[in-house]
Structures are given as structure tokens and as C-alpha cells.
Design a protein around this ligand. Structure first.
Ligand code: G3P
Length: 216
């Protein structure tokens, strides 16, 4: 499974890219706001750090505007993927952008029926938002499972990207469900490699190493 970083904070992207575990990046207007930087400038910098897909999102409501924005975003770097919302206008934009050779990531997907339409429209990526479903008492992971099952049954090429991830457990469950990609906030990625037993084991080996040096 590919791992994308769900952040536009360049220092964090550089830090984790150095580990060789970052296959792409996803952003949205909230993430851009958190970065405190201008969208175009920060996206161009991210695209130089990461070779894989970098999702960029606007707020246009009409297909025409989404296509215009999408063409602009795609001109920033060759690995830009244009995020569009899961609406009728969004699906229309997916089809037009696909014909122009521009890849799309359909965002704010909350049902398998929506996910089916996303694949049929020809999107490159579908983003089921599992954490936000969990927040309202639904099982977000079930949406990922059902989307993966539907796409597998019919051979749809659209990649399933588990989004709105809140914990390492979400990442593991998304991998077991067969998601192609999980996009994770930087703090979740950090929690994925940390384990108290690893730290305790390192301390013990270090102490024993020091004791072993005293053997005559
Ligand atoms: O990339 C979009 C998605 O991952 C947002 O997550 O935490 O705002 O629900 P969240």
C-alpha cells in the first residue's frame, strides 16, 4: 500500500521523505491554511521534494471553474493531481479533465454509491473519508472495504485512497481492506514507527552492552 502525507508542511514532508516512505502528498484548503503559505508556492516546492502524486484542491462549484482551476494546477508540476468534490459538477469536471489527460482525485466521498460513480466517471483516485464517518458513529472502514470490493469486481482502475485517517490502526485496517493508498497526517506517521517496546529494547541492549564491556 502506498503512503501519502496529508500535509503541506514542507519541513515534515522533507523529514519523512528522507525515510523513503512517502509516495505522494494530499492537500486541501484547510491544510494549505495550516501551512501558512501561498498555495501555488508551497505546492511547487512539495512537487520538487516528492516524485509521486501531489493532490491540489480549489473551491469552485461549477465544472467549468473546476476545469479551469485544474488546468492551472496541472501546469504547476507534472505530478499534480486535481482534487474535485463529489458532486454532479465534480463528476462532470472529472470526465473533461480525464479527456485532457489531467488526473483527478475525487474528495469528500462518504458512500459506496458515490465511489462507484467516481470510478465510472474516470477519476484517477477516489478518497473515502473514513475518520469523518467514524466521528458521526458510522464505520468509516466499511466504506473503504466496500469501495475496494466494488472496484475489484468490475476491474475499475481508479485507486482507492483512504482519507481522513486518525490513527496507525486506521492505516493497518485500510491496508487489510486492500486500499491502494492511505493518506496520513504527519503525527500519525510518527506514531506508526514509534513503539514503547522498541524504545525499552534499545535501552536494555545499551545497558547490557555497557555491562558486557566490563567482562574481563
Ligand atoms: O485529505 C483530506 C482528508 O484526509 C481530511 O482529513 O482529518 O480533515 O477529516 P480530516
Amino acid at each position: 500500500m502506498k503512503i501519502f502525507l496529508d500535509t503541506a508542511e514542507v519541513d515534515k514532508i522533507k523529514r519523512f521523505a528522507a525515510l523513503g516512505v512517502v509516495d505522494g502528498v494530499t492537500t486541501n484548503p484547510t491544510i494549505i491554511l495550516k501551512s501558512g503559505r501561498k498555495q501555488k508556492e508551497v505546492i511547487r516546492e512539495i512537487c520538487k521534494i516528492v516524485d509521486g502524486p501531489v493532490s491540489v484542491e480549489g473551491v469552485e462549484g461549477k465544472a467549468e471553474g473546476m476545469v479551469k482551476d485544474g488546468e492551472e494546477y496541472a501546469s504547476w508540476a507534472k505530478n499534480v493531481v486535481v482534487k474535485v468534490p463529489m458532486t454532479e459538477e465534480g463528476l462532470k469536471a472529472v470526465r473533461i479533465l480525464a479527456k485532457k489527460g489531467i488526473k483527478t482525485n475525487v474528495t469528500l466521498v462518504f458512500s459506496p454509491a458515490q465511489a462507484l460513480l467516481v470510478a465510472k466517471a474516470g477519476a484517477y483516485i477516489v478518497s473515502p473519508f473514513l475518520g469523518r464517518l467514524d466521528d458521526v458513529g458510522e464505520e468509516g472502514m466499511e466504506l473503504v472495504r466496500q469501495t475496494v470490493a466494488i472496484y475489484k469486481s468490475y476491474g475499475y482502475k481508479t485507486s482507492v485512497l483512504a482519507a481522513s485517517i486518525r490513527s496507525p490502526l486506521h492505516v493497518v485496517q485500510a491496508a487489510l481492506a486492500g486500499a491502494d493508498i492511505s493518506t496520513v497526517p504527519a503525527d500519525v506517521l510518527e506514531k506508526m514507527y514509534r513503539h514503547p517496546f522498541t524504545d525499552a529494547g534499545i535501552r536494555k541492549f545499551k545497558d547490557d552492552w555497557e555491562s558486557a564491556k566490563k567482562i574481563k
